[in-house]
Design a protein around this ligand. Structure first.
Ligand code: SF4
Ligand code: SF4
Length: 348
């Protein structure tokens, strides 16, 4: 950072460099802040005159990616969950396997083996609505608790004032930055340099498909809850109902977005493809598997595969919840806090 602070060639590339220029020295918390503000667009690496083979071997995205991963581990709550973050791939796989097995055993004990060999009119014939709602409500509250505790730690480390003393304009500007991913624009708006010397918007678009697809799926689930408890209109829903339309649109968007992000990651220039304990790939695979299995369920409704598919889908969703709490999903939260600090420091 000291070299970049003297050079300043990249100051128009993203929010990181203007934030960096406010500092003369770089302690651990400042480095963590800048690292989480970095969107890994690769522009500063492609344009750096001090990158290898220069003896300084400057590689900002690689350095920041490693620091970001450390920050997820350092600030995770509870601290004893750190090994789960360090073994992201194994943790996700074992969570999905265990949860699928538990759901399958529960269904078998409740209905006997024939539940897996005949068709059903509704998912709730296989697993009651109360069991599903109860399981994911408990998991949701646990995830919210982990997020709150981890983010409070990170918020304090960045030296931000109480959330209530930050003005609305700061939140609005940070939110706009999150929703548009403007820091993946490479400074000129033409995109990032994930795959080499040519700027491309492809990663930004796949990320949008994934993020907005996920939000649509969340909206579908929330609307389904309103239908069930407020309107007394339980599932299954027709294709032309709000929950089904939102869920299908979100699922397709998530499917293509996560597949695209996986492809984009595989094509990433090796110099900026930093190892992250497998957290990134785990999240992408879980999002893809969730959308694929979720989209398959209505199509299997009249088939004897419905019971197996439902247990598998719910097992994958449980693994995704664990990934929300102790996996790569946290990057969105940490980046949001870093963007709030960036906007807070910018405003007079
Ligand atoms: S990444 Fe390289 S070119 Fe950009 S500011 Fe740092 S040292 Fe200068
Ligand atoms: S990789 Fe992109 S977002 Fe990260 S510091 Fe460099 S220019 Fe900024």
């Amino acid at each position: 950072m000291t070299i970049c602070n003297a050079c300043r060639y990249c100051e128009g590339h993203c929010a990181v460099f203007p934030a960096m220029e406010k500092h003369l020295t770089f302690d651990a918390s400042t480095i963590e802040y800048l690292a989480n503000l970095c969107h890994q667009c690769g522009a500063c690496f492609q344009h750096c005159q001090y990158a290898e083979p220069h003896e300084f071997a400057v590689n900002v995205p690689d350095t920041f990616a490693a620091v970001r991963t450390s920050s997820y581990v350092n600030h995770i709550w509870p601290g004893m969950a750190r090994p789960l973050v360090r073994h992201g791939r194994t943790f996700s796989f074992v969570s999905a396997l265990l949860a699928t097995t538990v759901f399958s055993i529960g269904v078998y004990l409740e209905h006997g083996g024939q539940v897996f060999s005949r068709s059903h009119d509704s998912f709730y014939e296989v697993i009651p609505h109360g069991v599903m709602a109860g399981t994911f409500s408990v998991l949701g509250v646990a995830v919210l608790l982990v997020w709150t505790m981890s983010l409070v730690r990170f918020w304090r480390i960045l030296g931000l004032p109480s959330a209530f003393f930050i003005d609305r304009q700061t939140y609005v500007r940070a939110l706009k930055s999150m929703l548009t991913l403007e820091n993946l624009g490479g400074g000129h708006g033409k995109g990032c340099y994930q795959h080499g010397e040519r700027a491309s918007q492809i990663k930004r678009w796949f990320h949008h498909l994934t993020m907005y697809g996920f939000l649509l799926c969340f909206a579908a689930t929330s609307l389904g809850t309103v239908y069930h408890y407020v309107l007394q209109f339980p599932a299954p829903y027709d294709w032309l109902t709000g929950p089904k339309l939102l869920g299908t649109l979100g699922g397709v968007s998530l499917l293509f977005g996560s597949a695209g992000l996986y492809w984009s990651r595989r094509q990433t220039t090796p110099e900026i493809d930093t190892e992250d304990y497998g957290m990134g790939v785990s999240l992408i695979v879980l999002l893809f598997a969730t959308s694929l299995s979720g989209l398959a369920l209505p199509l299997l409704k009249d088939s004897s595969w419905l019971g197996v598919a439902l247990c598998l889908h719910l097992g994958i969703v449980v693994a995704m919840f664990t990934c929300f709490a102790w996996g790569k999903f946290m990057h969105g939260m940490y980046r949001a806090v870093a963007l709030i600090k960036s906007e807070h420091d910018e405003l007079p």
